[in-house]
Design a protein around this ligand. Structure first.
Ligand code: SER
Length: 587
């Protein structure tokens, strides 16, 4: 019997046999990418390497990456869309290309030694071609050679068969997608791979990243031809177990059962939404990086996921506090592989319950208010949506969802305008920020990245060695660094830290990069705070002689003098025992 665990192991074993190094799942919170809130795909943390930087583990990589996307949130509740999911992936960084990628995919899917899926049930799609890139006849040829007949090879345009860039610019290219025929009846004449009716399950996507999309919208050939693939763990295990949807697999069953047990009027879709959303929340808070429900950025996404779960629980007739009971099931099911969840379970329960307490009480009043407005005005205006947000904590998307359920069209633009008029609150929440994403390697962010290492070292010097990085986020405007420290950092201490950093910059120290095993790096005193159980065999160590030594993927400036003047702007608490510093670089 296939399980998700067995599938992930088979995938990594297969690619290890094909010469791939198995790398750890990166954090869900991108460390050096200001344009996106979460790691949205396995390729995301690898952007610098897809663009040509050398990866210490070589040119062939594979992993099982935790991902979070809010793009598909409205689809959650169907058979196979999720906010949080695991993506199995393999990469060629300028090594093999279409032929091997397709051969590997076909072998893994159909060989008896591996998944042993019936090749007659597999269809594929390839890129149809347009002004930016030609029709991908090459991929089609490789599929045919492997054993997929022409009639099950489809050609679709860019909207279906092109992946990336993750943000406005960056690596991208045509892809070829693999679909499994579940055996369901076609929903109509037009039913084919890509149709959402549930007949065809998209299980794997091989992207041929050979272009870089520029800010002007041009597709330039990349220095190297890359392969980036992604297989949805949840969907594929559902296929292997012959289940019609992901929620019947062991990945969701414990939460689904608990939701059913607690409900008074059970409804499958709401239970799925709760199971999906709270699993996501547990994994994000469970990283212990200080991301907790709030009104901005990642915290806002958490808030939205929790509040939506609470609303769907009410639809099931669950009136009291319930989040802890579902979260407990997630922790039980996953902490064998992701021990940080168990370790941070206290934090997870605390944060979830605080949010639940806050919102659970006012949700009912908010719904009443919604209905009152609707009755009186016949619609929900932007101003009304804002009122519901401000007084009852309704995320914009929740108001839109309730409106949709009642068959009312909402003027999203008017909503957003209203939100924009009111400070920053949901600036990030209104689409833009959640969708985009690409590592920013502009000069200023690289400088801030090195400054972050200096700051980390200085904090340890001034406050003590208990200081550990808990998170880092860099935008062209500022750097933000989260670290463990039990109390507020005093003004004097901050001044000392700032001076230490500026002294190191003033001295013009070379920044040296070396590759070594993690063990060796640790022996040499390099800081490495991994929260993952897989540890790469080779890591990059950046040394700023006499000041700092850290394991890090880079990139960094060559000499500290390139950084500029460092200024701390703010120090604050973000959760118990975790502090946050915001700092800027002045020219
Ligand atoms: N980046 C591609 C995807 O997300 C393949 O991994 O589907």
């Amino acid at each position: 019997m296939w399980t998700a665990k067995k599938l992930a192991k088979a995938y990594l074993d297969f690619f290890r046999e094909k010469g791939h190094a198995i790398i750890p799942s990166a954090s869900l919170i991108p460390e050096h990418d200001p344009t996106v809130l979460f790691t949205t795909a396995g390729m995301h943390p690898l952007v610098p390497f897809l663009l040509g930087q050398k990866h210490p583990e070589g040119k062939r990589l594979a992993n099982n990456q935790k991902c979070l996307r809010t793009d598909d949130i409205d689809e959650v509740g169907d058979a196979s869309h999720h906010t949080f999911f695991f993506m199995l992936g393999n990469w060629s960084l300028g090594d093999y290309f279409k032929k091997e990628a397709i051969e590997y995919s076909f072998e893994f899917l159909t060989s008896r030694k591996w998944l042993g899926l019936d090749k007659k049930r597999i269809s594929v799609s390839c890129f149809k071609g347009d002004k930016d890139s030609p029709k991908d006849v090459e991929s089609a040829k490789h599929w045919e050679k492997a054993g997929i007949p022409k009639k099950r090879i489809y050609f679709f345009p860019k909207k279906d068969n092109w992946w990336g860039p993750a943000g406005k610019t960056g690596p991208c290219g045509p892809d070829t997608e693999m679909f499994y025929d579940t055996g369901k009846k076609k929903c109509g004449k037009e039913c084919k791979p890509g149709c959402g009716c549930g007949k065809y399950f998209e299980i794997w996507n091989d992207v041929f990243m050979q272009y870089n999309k520029t800010a002007e919208g041009k597709f330039e050939k990349l220095k190297q031809q890359n392969v980036d693939t992604g297989m949805g763990l949840e969907r594929t295990v559902a296929v292997l177990q012959g289940k019609g949807n992901d929620y019947e697999t062991e990945l969701f069953r414990p939460m689904m059962e608990k939701a059913k047990e607690l409900s008074k009027s059970y409804e499958e879709k709401s239970a799925r939404i709760i199971s999906d959303h709270l699993r996501a929340v547990v994994f994000v808070i469970g990283e212990g990086k200080g991301i907790v429900p709030s009104n901005v950025e990642q915290g806002y996404v958490l808030r939205r996921l929790i509040r939506r779960s609470i609303r769907h629980a009410r639809l099931l007739g669950i009136e009291g506090m319930f989040c802890r009971q579902i979260a407990k099931k997630v922790i039980e099911a996953y902490s064998g592989e992701w021990p940080e969840l168990e370790k941070n379970s206290g934090l997870i329960f605390r944060e979830l319950e605080a949010e639940e307490e806050k919102f659970g009480k006012i949700l009912g009043q908010g719904v009443k208010m919604f209905e009152k407005i609707l009755k009186k005005e016949g619609r929900i205006s932007g101003k009304d949506a804002f009122l519901l947000y401000q007084s009852f904590g309704f995320p914009l998307e929740m108001t839109a969802e309730i409106a949709r359920e009642k068959g009312i069209k909402i003027d999203r633009k008017a909503f957003e305008k209203e939100f924009e008029n009111h400070q920053e609150i949901s600036r990030q929440a209104s689409a833009g920020k959640f969708k985009s994403g690409l590592a920013d390697h502009s000069e200023i962010t690289v400088r801030m990245h090195t400054a972050t290492h200096l700051l980390h070292a200085a904090l340890r010097k001034v406050l003590g060695e208990h200081v550990q990085q808990k998170g880092s986020n860099i935008t062209p405007e500022r750097l933000r660094f989260d670290f463990s420290n039990p109390e507020k950092v005093t003004k004097e201490q901050l001044e000392k830290v700032e001076k230490l950093v500026n002294d190191a910059i003033g001295k013009g120290i070379a920044v040296k990069r070396e590759e070594m095993s993690l063990e060796e790096a640790r022996k040499k005193g390099a800081l490495a705070f991994f929260d993952s159980k897989y540890v790469p065999e080779k890591v990059s160590v950046y040394t700023i002689e006499g000041v700092s030594k850290e394991v890090c993927a880079g990139p960094h400036v060559k000499n500290t003098k390139a950084i500029g003047k460092f200024r701390i702007k703010k120090e604050e608490a973000i959760s118990a025992g975790v502090r946050r510093i915001k700092a800027v670089i002045e020219q």
